[in-house]
Write a protein that binds this ligand. Structure first.
Ligand SMILES: [Zn+2]
Length: 248
């Protein structure tokens, strides 16, 4: 596809989307964009966002995520067409890990997908010690017929709608801990819950999912990785919403 044929749906103020078409058509785009990705994303560790320094910084970052989501939709990011079985280390499910997206309520799945590609997959494929260094990115996971980089098995909107993205036999890269990822599934509330609790209907949906699994532990992301606040400060404690997930 030539530059002239691409029409962007979103409007961009902080970047010129056409300037990125060429780099994203290269299978190692994430190496070519490494300085940019490090500046805006790569110090992401276990749930805390990099603190933004200015509105311009945040504006560019948000638009870049939007651009990646739009390019993914238009199949304009070079990705692997096939690759290794990334789920071969899957183990029986022992843990359900609860997350929040830490984004405005009901952020579209395309954005969560773009963030997964940028923050989870690109760093792994960029690590020079990794088997997959410099290779086209491959997740082995598909959702609605397209490659997905979403790390969660279930995502729940505030109105209770459930998006079932990963299957039980697929490893989600969600906990920041491979040993936990291998034997867990992840449920993510599509909301910003640092200081909030999920809606009643979203909690009900999560409880229905949890009920389907027998002999599993339900843990907040912060309980498996103390570096993160996820899924928020109101999850644990005497009146924490974790209790509501566990009542029948
Ligand atoms: Zn989390």
């Amino acid at each position: 596809m030539t530059k002239q044929e691409v029409i962007f749906t979103n409007s961009y103020n902080y970047l010129n989307p056409y300037e990125y078409l060429k780099v994203f058509s290269s299978p190692d785009w994430y190496l070519k964009l490494k300085p940019l990705l490090q500046e805006y994303f790569y110090d992401y560790k276990g749930g805390e966002e990099k603190a933004h320094t200015s509105d311009d910084w945040l504006g560019f970052r948000n638009e870049f995520v939007l651009l990646v989501s739009e390019l993914l939709d238009k199949n304009l990011i070079a990705l692997a067409q096939s690759g290794p079985d990334m789920d071969e280390e899957r183990e029986p499910i022992e843990i359900i890990v609860i997350h929040h997206s830490s984004r405005p309520p009901n952020t579209p799945l395309q954005i969560i997908n773009a963030l997964g590609l940028i923050r989870l997959y690109a760093p792994v494929f960029s690590k020079s010690s990794s088997d997959v260094y410099g290779q086209p990115i491959w997740s082995n996971h598909f959702y609605n017929g397209k490659p997905t980089f979403i790390a969660y098995h279930y995502l729940i909107e505030n109105n209770g709608t459930v998006r079932h993205v990963l299957k039980d036999n697929q490893i989600g890269w969600h906990a920041g801990d491979w040993e936990v990822n291998k034997k867990s599934i992840a449920i993510c509330f599509l909301d910003e819950l640092d200081e909030e609790v999920p809606t009643k209907v979203a909690l009900n949906s999560a409880r229905e999912i949890i009920r389907k699994y027998k002999n599993v532990k339900v843990l907040g992301h912060r309980e498996v990785n103390p570096k993160t606040r996820c899924p928020g400060d109101k999850f644990l404690g005497v009146n924490g919403w974790k209790k509501e997930l566990l009542t029948d």
